[in-house]
Design a protein around this ligand. Structure first.
Ligand code: SF4
Length: 321
């Protein structure tokens, strides 16, 4: 028996995997499939929230991370295909962090043929001066960054500011607010800025982080590391991310269901007195589909759980009689 045949690890490798041309073909096929999914979901989010309109000038905020590169790519693809006309201008804020490779983004954008603007503002020194050593710098840093980006949007005549937050960022934010802030509040796909002058959009709202990571690797974007400022990534966000990952592994479908729930809210079945007039609630005598049926079906009961359904029907008829 020859050495090659005797080696079981070699013998089990499919011929196609060992063939570089076939391997490349398979890689291109997979990348194409992934890109189609990302573009489809980005387009869907844009349509669902009417993020981009005819004549818009979209300022794409580019940090040099995987998400913002992917967002730019999605918007460039959609610009080619969309039935509307809109402009794209990429903007990077150079915060003067030590060792920031300032040539990377301009070189990439020139090669990609995208109009861009680099805004130089030394927020790094401000943050270092104002925040004591060892404390989290991110909240001041992002507040400063936000203010600068709003101003730049005005100067560039941008009508929309696009940020690269994705589905996982949105979910983590909801849980962060719930666990540590006592609020049911997330990161909306579209919102007005706090100065009332800008519309912020998040075209990647429906895309998941794993897809974006793989896409960035496949496309070999020149990623700029995000730890140049020396700040540790927010530990609480890390915890939430790990929790969601664990749920996804243990209970497939749970994370998707949670995300879907963000778009299916029934204020009358929660407790926010600003969203529903609990205090002034009076009987109307009119049927109301959003009204309580006294005994809602248990959401966790399997579909068609005979016992639950029959019990609810029985109780409902008891009440109506
Ligand atoms: S990680 Fe650094 S650059 Fe990013 S928001 Fe925090 S302080 Fe700012």
């Amino acid at each position: 028996m020859s050495a090659v045949i005797a080696d079981s690890s070699v013998a089990t490798v499919a011929p196609s995997v060992r063939d570089p041309a076939r391997r490349e073909q398979k890689r291109a096929f997979e990348l194409n499939k992934l890109e189609k999914r990302l573009v489809r979901l980005t387009g869907q989010a844009i349509v669902d929230f009417n993020m981009i309109e005819n004549g818009d000038r979209v300022m794409v905020c580019l940090s040099g991370g995987k998400d913002s590169y992917s967002m730019l790519e999605m918007l460039l693809i959609l610009k080619e295909r969309a039935p509307i006309d809109f402009d794209i201008i990429a903007v990077n804020l150079d915060q003067k962090q030590p060792n920031f490779p300032e040539h990377v983004l301009p070189e990439y954008l020139k090669k990609r043929g995208v109009a861009f603007h680099i805004e130089n503002q030394d927020t790094y020194s401000i943050v270092k001066r104002l925040i004591p050593e060892g404390k989290t710098t991110c909240s001041l840093c992002s507040r400063l960054r936000r203010g600068i980006l709003y101003r730049v949007a005005g100067e560039l005549g941008a009508t929309k500011i696009a940020l690269g937050h994705h589905r996982d960022d949105i979910m983590e934010t909801v849980f962060l607010n719930m666990f540590f802030g006592g609020k049911l509040k997330g990161m909306p796909p579209k919102l007005m800025s706090d100065d009332g002058k800008n519309i912020i959009i998040r075209p990647l709202a429906y895309n998941n982080e794993a897809d974006l990571t793989r896409y960035a690797e496949e496309k070999q974007f020149p990623i700029i590391p995000c730890d140049l400022c020396g700040s540790q990534e927010n530990l609480k966000r890390k915890e939430i991310k790990a929790m969601l990952r664990e749920w996804d592994r243990k209970y497939p479908g749970r994370v998707e269901s949670i995300f879907t729930s963000f778009a299916n809210i029934t204020p009358s079945h929660l407790m926010d007195r600003n969203l529903h007039p609990f205090a002034s609630l009076k009987v109307t005598g009119e049927a109301d589909a959003s009204g309580d049926i006294a005994f809602d079906e248990e959401p966790c009961a399997p579909a068609g759980d005979i016992a639950t359904v029959s019990f609810n029907r029985l109780m409902k008829s008891e009440i109506e009689e």
